[in-house]
Design a protein around this ligand. Structure first.
Ligand code: NAG
Ligand code: NAG
Ligand code: NAG
Ligand code: NAG
Ligand code: NAG
Ligand code: NAG
Ligand code: NAG
Length: 778
C-alpha cells in the first residue's frame, strides 16, 4: 500500500483508498483523482519537503488548500490557493480537469470555490504535481516540461527559492507577493512586495498604490540599500534583466537548507532560515528595518542617517523650506545652494560616497559603458542629474543615469559612489575631519515597542578620571546615584553644537555608531551616537529627553512603578514580541526615564534576536557590564533570557537599595550588593536593604516582596530563575513565593575562581566593561 502511495506512475483507484486508508500520500493527482478534505488527503513532494492539503489557520474554522513544510511541527504555510475564498467546512475537494485547470469544489453545494486561470491547454491529459521546491504545477501528462500553470506564478505572502519575482513582458504577467490579513486569516492584505522593473529594477514594498520601501538598484552583488545581504554559503540570488523579463530570484546552494521570505501582515519583509538545531525559524533580514528605510523620507537631495534628526541635506544643498525642515517635516527636501546653469557648460560632477543609491524609477542604464563614458553621457544631457556605476561585482562597470530629483538616499556602509551634477563654483574642496575628542556624548537609540529614546550624557574629563579611580578601586559600595557627577545636556544643545548632527560634522564611525564634531561652551567636543536598528515603523518613533533623576525624587511608589515597567518591557522583549529579543546589557544606565518617569529599555547594541522557540545561545565574545552579567554568561558565554533575568534582579536590588552592585570579584561579600542582600535575607532583615532615604513604612510588604523577587532573579542556577512573565505576576500578586537559593557570584571559592578565569582570559572584555561603566549615567 505504501509503495503504491509513493509511486507517482501508478494511478490509484479511489475506492481502494477509501477501503484501506484515509490518507493519500502521493505527489501527483490526475484527472481521475481528487484530493478530499473529508478524507484528510495530502500530496507530499517526492523529497518529502513540502505537503499540500487542506488546513485551518490557528483559531479559525475556515478551510484552505495550502502548501506547507512537511517536516515541521508548527505548520508553516507557504502558499494558499483559496486565500480569499475560504471553505466553511470539510467539504472541499481539489481536482484537475481538462484542459489543465485546477478546481476547488465544495462537494456539498457543488459550487466552484476557486480555480486556476490558464492561458494554455494540455495536449493530452493534464496532471497536478507538487514539486520538491514547493511549487504546485499542472503539466501535460505526455510532456511534463509543458507547464500549463504553476503556483510559483501566483505566490501568496511567501517568496520561495526558485520563484521569479518580477514581470514577464511577453505575457504581461507580474509575479509578486502580497501580505496576509493576519496570522489567522490568509486573505489578501494591504501590502505587496515586488520587483519593480521601471527605470532600473529594484525591489519595493507597496501599501496599496504607494511605495513604502525601495531596496535601491541591484548592483551585481546586492541591492544598494541592503549591502549586507550578499551571496553566501546557503543561497545565491540576483536580478535577471533581459528583453523578455525582469525578475529577482533566489537559489539554494544546499539541499538541506530551508529559507523563505515572507511579507508579514505589517508590511515588513522578513527573510528567515530554518535552524535544525533549534527547530525554529531564525530571522536573517528584515526590511524596512529602520526609519531610514522609509521611502523618500528626506525628500529630494536629502540623505537619511541613523543620527538624529535623521535627515540632512547633501553637502552643497540646503533645505527647500528651512522652517518646515527644522520642525522635522522633511518632505520638501533640499535644493542646490548654487543653482545649475547647464546651457553655458558651467557645471561638473561632485562625488558622494557611502550612500544607498537614489530611486531608479526614472533612470536609464547601459551595461557596457565605462564610468568615464557614463560621465560623458550624463554631461551631454542637461536633464541628467547624476550618474553611477551599474555593476560593482567585478570592479566597476556599466552606467546608471538619473534624470530629475534624487530621492530615497541614505548613508549606508558599505555604500556606493554617486556623481551629482553641480555648478562649477561649488566644485572646490570640501571640509575635512580634524580636532580632538574631549567630551563624549551619546545618543542611544532604542528599539521595538519600547520605542526610540534619545539619551544624552556628558562627561568632563576630570569626572571621567575621578570615576575611573572609583571603578578601579571597587571599594565604594556606598556610592549613590547622587554622587555621580554627570552633567546632562538638553538635546537641542547637542543639536546646535553639532550643526544638527550634520554629515559635514561627522568625524568617523566608532564601534557603536558615528562620531560627530561639535563646539560646546568653547570646547571642541565629540558626540557619539549609539544606534541600533528599529524594528518598528515610523509611527513607533518617539523622541524623548531624558532627565537625570535625583535619588530623593524617587519615592517608593515611583521605584516600584519603574521596576514593574522594566519587568513588563523585558517580558515583551522575551515573550510577546514577534521576535524574541535578548538584551544582554541590561543595567541602570540603559534604563531611560521619560518626563513621566516611565522607564524605557534602551541601547540594544548587544541585543540578540532569536527565532521562535530559541531561548539562548553561546558567544565567544562576552561583552556586557561588570556587575550585571550572570555567571553563565560571564564565564561560559552562554546567554539566554535567563541571563537578562539575572541582570534584571541586580537592577531591582539596586533600585531598592540605591546602591550599585560592584566588586563581585571580592571574596568579602559585604562589598557586593547581591551578597549583602542575601545575607540580610537569611537573617530575616531584608528590609534593611532599602535605601536609607526611602519612606517605605506604608509599603513594607511590597518592598520585602520586591527584594524577594530580586533575589529569585539572581540565583546562581539558571533554571531556578523565574521567567519575566512570572516576575510580573510575582511582583503584583500576594501568592507565596519560592525560597531563593544563593545568588550567582556570591558563595564559595569556585565563584572567585570563575571570575578570575574570566578576567585572565578576557582582558579585552574587562576593559570594554570598564569603558562602559565609565560612561554610566544615572
Ligand atoms: C481526519 O482528521 C480529523 C482530525 O484529525 C479526524 O477527526 C478525522 O477522523 C479524520 N478523517 C478521516 C477520514 O480519517
Ligand atoms: C462528494 O459527496 C458525495 C455525496 O454527496 C460523496 O459520495 C463523495 O464521496 C464525495 N466526494 C469526495 C471526494 O469527498
Ligand atoms: C483569472 O483571470 C480573470 C481575468 O483575467 C481575473 O479577473 C481573475 O481575477 C483571475 N483569477 C485568478 C484567481 O487569478
Ligand atoms: C555584473 O558583472 C558581473 C561580472 O562582470 C557579471 O557576471 C554580471 O552578470 C553583471 N550583473 C549585471 C546585473 O549586470
Ligand atoms: C509637510 O509639508 C508638506 C508640504 O509643505 C505638507 O503638505 C505636509 O502636510 C506637511 N506634513 C506635516 C506632517 O506637517
Ligand atoms: C551602450 O553604450 C555603448 C557604448 O557607448 C553603445 O555602443 C551602446 O549602443 C549602448 N547601448 C544601449 C542599449 O544604449
Ligand atoms: C536627455 O535624456 C532624457 C531622458 O532620457 C531624454 O528624454 C532627452 O531626449 C535627452 N536629451 C537629449 C538632448 O539627449
Amino acid at each position: 500500500m505504501n509503495m503504491l502511495c509513493r509511486s507517482s506512475t501508478i494511478s490509484f483507484r479511489l475506492s481502494l483508498f477509501l477501503l484501506t486508508t484515509s490518507f493519500i500520500s502521493a505527489h501527483t493527482i490526475t484527472t481521475s483523482q481528487t484530493l478530499s478534505d473529508n478524507r484528510n488527503d495530502t500530496l507530499v513532494s517526492s523529497n518529502g519537503a513540502f505537503a499540500l492539503g487542506f488546513y485551518s489557520p490557528a483559531s479559525s474554522r475556515n478551510r484552505y488548500v495550502g502548501i506547507w513544510y512537511n517536516n515541521m511541527k508548527d505548520k508553516t504555510v507557504v502558499w494558499v490557493a483559496n486565500r480569499d475564498d475560504p471553505l466553511p467546512d470539510r467539504s472541499g475537494v481539489l481536482k484537475v480537469i481538462e484542459p489543465g485547470r485546477l478546481l476547488l469544489l465544495n462537494n456539498a453545494t457543488k459550487a466552484t470555490i476557486w480555480s486556476a486561470n490558464i492561458s494554455r491547454s494540455a495536449q493530452h491529459s493534464p496532471l497536478a504535481r507538487l514539486l520538491d521546491s514547493g511549487n504546485l504545477v499542472v503539466v501535460d501528462e505526455s510532456d511534463e516540461s509543458n507547464i500549463i500553470w504553476q503556483s510559483f506564478d501566483y505566490p501568496t505572502d511567501t517568496f520561495l527559492p526558485g520563484m521569479k519575482l518580477g514581470k514577464n513582458f511577453v505575457s504581461g504577467h507580474e509575479v509578486y507577493v502580497s501580505s496576509a490579513n493576519s496570522n489567522d486569516d490568509p486573505a489578501t492584505g494591504g501590502f505587496t512586495y515586488r520587483c519593480d522593473p521601471s527605470g532600473y529594477p529594484q525591489t519595493v514594498i507597496k501599501v496599496g498604490d504607494s511605495f513604502r520601501y525601495k531596496s535601491g538598484p541591484w548592483n551585481g552583488v546586492s541591492f544598494s540599500g541592503t549591502p549586507h545581504l550578499v551571496k553566501n554559503a546557503l543561497f545565491s540570488f540576483g536580478v535577471v534583466i533581459n528583453e523578455n523579463e525582469v525578475y529577482y530570484n533566489f537559489q539554494l546552494l544546499k539541499d538541506d537548507v530551508y529559507t523563505r521570505l515572507v511579507l508579514n501582515e505589517f508590511g515588513i519583509g522578513q527573510r528567515l532560515i530554518w535552524s535544525d538545531e533549534t527547530r525554529s525559524w531564525k530571522p536573517y533580514l528584515a526590511f524596512p528595518n529602520e526609519n531610514c528605510d522609509s521611502y523618500k523620507l528626506c525628500g529630494a537631495y536629502g540623505i537619511c542617517s541613523t543620527t538624529w534628526p535623521e535627515c540632512s541635506c547633501l553637502d552643497k544643498f540646503m533645505p527647500a523650506n528651512p522652517q518646515g525642515w527644522n520642525a522635522g517635516n522633511f518632505s520638501n527636501g533640499c535644493i542646490r545652494k548654487t543653482p545649475l546653469n547647464c546651457e553655458d557648460g558651467g557645471n561638473g560632477f561632485l562625488q558622494y560616497s557611502g550612500v544607498k543609491l537614489p530611486d531608479t524609477e526614472g533612470s536609464s542604464y547601459n551595461t557596457s559603458m565605462s564610468l568615464e563614458e557614463c560621465k560623458v553621457s550624463c554631461a551631454g544631457n542637461c536633464s541628467c542629474s547624476a550618474y553611477a556605476s551599474l555593476n560593482i561585482s567585478n570592479g566597476e562597470s556599466g552606467c546608471l543615469l538619473w534624470f530629475g530629483e534624487l530621492v530615497n538616499m541614505r548613508e549606508i556602509s558599505p555604500g556606493q559612489d554617486i556623481y551629482i551634477r553641480m555648478a562649477k563654483s561649488e566644485l572646490g574642496s570640501r571640509s575635512r575631519k580634524r580636532e580632538i575628542i574631549i567630551v563624549t556624548v551619546s545618543v542611544v537609540t532604542g528599539i521595538v515597542l519600547l520605542s526610540l529614546g534619545l539619551f544624552l550624557f556628558y562627561l568632563v574629563r576630570k569626572n571621567l578620571k575621578h570615576q575611573q579611580q572609583e571603578t578601579d578601586n571597587l571599594r565604594d559600595s556606598s556610592e549613590t546615584y547622587e554622587e555621580q557627577k554627570i552633567q546632562m545636556f538638553e538635546l537641542s544643545t547637542m543639536i546646535n553644537a553639532t550643526n544638527g548632527f550634520s554629515v559635514s560634522n561627522k568625524l568617523g564611525e566608532g564601534g557603536f555608531g558615528p562620531v560627530f564634531k561639535g563646539l560646546l561652551e568653547g570646547h571642541d567636543i565629540a558626540v557619539k551616537r549609539l544606534s541600533t536598528t528599529s524594528l518598528q515603523g515610523a509611527h513607533e518613533f518617539k523622541n524623548e529627553l531624558i532627565y537625570q533623576v535625583k535619588r530623593k525624587m524617587l519615592d517608593w511608589p515611583r521605584r516600584f512603578d519603574i521596576i514593574n515597567g522594566i519587568a513588563r518591557g523585558l517580558t515583551y522583549l522575551h515573550q510577546d514580541s514577534r521576535l524574541r529579543v535578548i538584551h544582554r546589557d541590561l543595567k541602570a544606565s540603559n534604563i531611560l526615564l521619560d518626563s513621566d518617569m516611565i522607564p524605557k529599555i534602551s541601547d540594544f547594541g548587544l541585543a540578540r534576536i532569536c527565532g521562535g522557540n530559541e531561548t539562548g545561545a553561546k558567544t565567544s565574545r562576552v561583552v556586557g557590564t561588570y556587575g550585571y552579567m550572570s555567571p553563565e554568561y560571564a564565564v561560559d558565554g552562554l546567554f539566554s533570557v535567563k541571563s537578562d533575568v539575572f541582570s534584571f534582579g541586580v537592577l531591582v536590588l539596586e533600585i531598592i537599595s540605591g546602591k550599585r552592585n560592584r566588586g563581585f570579584t571580592l571574596v568579602d561579600h559585604r562589598h557586593n550588593l547581591l551578597g549583602h542582600a542575601w545575607m540580610l535575607y537569611k537573617e530575616e532583615r531584608s528590609l534593611e536593604l532599602a535605601d536609607s532615604c526611602l519612606e517605605y513604612s506604608s509599603y513594607l510588604s511590597q518592598v520585602a516582596r520586591s527584594i524577594h523577587v530580586g533575589l529569585l532573579c539572581v540565583q546562581e542556577e539558571t533554571e531556578e530563575r523565574p521567567n519575566m512573565s512570572s516576575v510580573v505576576l510575582m511582583l503584583n500578586n500576594d501568592g507565596v513565593l519560592p525560597q531563593p537559593k544563593h545568588p550567582g557570584f556570591f558563595t564559595g571559592r569556585d565563584v572567585v575562581i570563575r571570575s578570575e578565569t574570566w578576567h585572565s582570559s578576557n582582558t579585552a572584555g574587562t576593559s570594554n566593561a570598564m569603558t562602559i561603566s565609565q560612561l554610566e549615567a544615572r
